[in-house]
Design a binder for this molecule. Structure first.
Ligand SMILES: Cc1cc2nc3c(=O)[nH]c(=O)nc-3n(C[C@H](O)[C@H](O)[C@H](O)COP(=O)(O)O)c2cc1C
Length: 391
């Protein structure tokens, strides 16, 4: 069979994408008090103008207690008008807009949520230095309802697709992972039980968004440490989610409180991380000790390809290959390997119009380093490339 071009259109449920390249969610840090801003609109307009088929608004919390930053989007009726401006701007540039909905569970910042973070089990969160409150049945059904309500509001705001954040060590991933889920009720123990929250959220979101809107799920192919979710189990979960009507998987890995750089690879941005801390003590602490708990993983192109191939064999819905995609050749490899779509994050932070340059063949490779300093920037006023001069 002929291999598709990454620059050919693709149909995902009721949505036609102009090419196969999706801007992966990268937390923008541009939403004071959880509300959309002109900067957020402009950021996504630039991505759409730069040629990506679909941009993804990142890390939108479905509830007040799902936030880890006060600059994080929080889905409420008041946010809809601002988000409508964003989707209109993206559509004007002939792009599609997706929104990533999630809840960060035990990763929530106490000062931001003004309370104790909730989690699957009482497992110490090293990053926050605290234990979550164990979720009750009432909490769990409330969160499922929050996802449904947020998805409904996202459609009202004009989003073309919904992306559910089921990975990276946030709440749903905390339930999936044996490391953070020690429950002995119907939400813990067996893989079926650990996957129940993801399955129920997928089901309810599918039912509220209507037949035309694609629902993607960002999943961990593996958590990236011993005792976490491994690929064989991740694949079983994906098979279940496929039968709940998920339209595509965005394939990632890593666990924010345990193996954060596993999802990125490359340099540990120690100076930037320290600068993002609010108090001088935390700045010093992060500067001195971050290397102890933030492991460095060498960068390589297509760094999730092996695990993604294993999932490709087991599911037949579209798959978004993500992780270290930075050349035209990487795009061709992704297509030749049988992935319908690709996700790009840092290369498009560095150069939002890289897709247009790839399409016109005026450029073959991104100059993104990856220094990961954009991670520090997102916590200090807005995600951006700190090494723009390299362009
Ligand atoms: C600054 C920054 C912020 C990120 N924020 C998010 C996020 O909010 N949600 C998410 O799912 N992934 C987030 N990621 C991970 C990316 O979506 C992506 O999975 C990762 O960067 C690997 O893709 P890349 O090699 O193309 O950069 C972030 C990455 C970076 C660099």
């Amino acid at each position: 069979m002929a291999v598709a071009s990454a620059f050919s259109p693709f149909h995902l449920r009721g949505l036609t994408l102009r090419n196969r390249i999706i801007k992966a969610a990268t937390f923008e840090g541009m939403c004071a008090d959880g509300m959309p801003s002109a900067a957020l609109v402009e950021h996504h307009r630039q991505i759409a103008r730069g040629g990506a088929a679909m941009t993804t608004v990142a890390y939108c919390s479905v509830a007040s207690d799902g936030r880890s930053y006060d600059t994080q989007l929080w889905m409420r009726p008041e946010a809809v008008a601002g988000l409508r401006e964003l989707t209109a701007a993206v559509h004007y540039e002939r792009g599609a807009a997706s929104i990533q909905l999630g809840h960060c569970g035990d990763f929530a910042d106490k000062a931001v949520i003004k309370g104790t973070p909730i989690g699957a089990s009482r497992v110490y969160n090293r990053y926050r230095g605290s234990y979550p409150r164990v979720m009750t049945e009432v909490d769990i059904s409330r969160v499922i309802g929050d996802f449904a309500r947020a998805a409904g509001l996202a459609v009202e705001a004009g989003f073309d697709a919904i992306e559910l954040q089921f990975g990276h060590g946030y709440l749903i991933s905390q339930f999936l992972s044996p490391y953070t889920n020690r429950r002995d009720d119907r939400w813990g123990g067996s893989l079926d039980n650990r996957a129940r929250l993801a399955v129920e959220i997928a089901r309810v979101v599918r039912s509220v968004v209507g037949a035309k809107v694609p629902v993607l799920a960002k999943i961990n192919l593996l958590d990236g440490f011993r005792g976490g979710l491994q690929t064989a189990e991740a694949i079983e979960v994906a098979v279940r989610l496929q039968s709940e009507g998920i339209d595509a998987f965005v394939m990632s890995g890593g666990f924010v409180s345990k193996s954060p750089l596993f999802m990125l690879r490359g340099e540990v941005p120690v100076v930037q991380m320290a600068a993002a801390q609010k108090t001088i003590m935390r700045k010093i602490g992060v500067f001195m000790f971050s290397r102890l708990f933030v492991q460095e993983y060498p960068f390589q192109e297509l760094f999730f390809l092996d695990e993604a191939r294993a999932l490709r064999k087991k599911v037949n819905i579209p798959l978004v290959l993500l992780g270290g995609i930075k050349t035209r050749r990487n795009l061709q490899i992704a297509m030749a390997e049988g992935f319908e779509l690709v996700g790009m994050a840092r290369a498009l932070i560095h150069e939002p119009d890289l897709v247009n340059k790839f399409a016109s063949q005026s450029k073959d490779s991104s100059d993104c380093v990856p220094c990961n300093e954009c991670v520090g920037a997102m916590e200090r006023g807005g995600v951006e490339c700190m090494r723009r001069e390299a362009r």
